[in-house]
Design a protein around this ligand. Sequence first.
Ligand code: FAD
Length: 140
Amino acid sequence: MKLVQLIYYSKCSSAPENLNSDLIKIAHVATNNNGNIGISGLLLFSNEYFLQVLEGPRVIVNDLYFKIQKDSRHKDSRILLYRDVNHRDFGDWSMGWASDVIAKKDIYFKYCSRRDFTPSDLTGEAGLALLKDIGDLLKS
Ligand code: FAD
């Protein structure tokens, strides 16, 4: 089956008082839904930004991305990478979840040239490498 990998970033738009509960709901729905539709991936939240990789069959990834994009809990979504792949890099997770508790600030410095996560600094390949590093941290 042909697989694609899509990486985007977006800015969180939840009100501060709703942030924690919104993050919990998003992580919960993503983990539950994605396993049923053949999607794997990882979602990072840091410095008010999301960075997410979705991988799976092309039509499913495309449809899911367009649904996520309409979610008013975030805005200004930008695709960093979209490519055909032969295997999954994030097959361990229907949707791995990471925040600054897991991703230490040094990791952002490696890819964003500063200690705060600024995804607009990332190339697609750097976004993928950052998410893979975070995946390794989740496994360790
Ligand atoms: P509904 O909840 O009825 O969704 C209908 C529409 O309303 C969708 O466009 C949805 O985006 C939007 N919506 C739903 N709840 C809210 C809310 N509380 N506030 C504002 N808009 C809302 N879902 C996944 O299945 N897999 C993922 O990997 C995934 N990643 C996400 C990453 C981010 C950064 C965000 C913000 C959301 C993500 N979601 C993900 C959630 C997704 O947007 C939908 O809310 C969810 O899939 C449920 O959609 P639904 O069509 O089943 O039902």
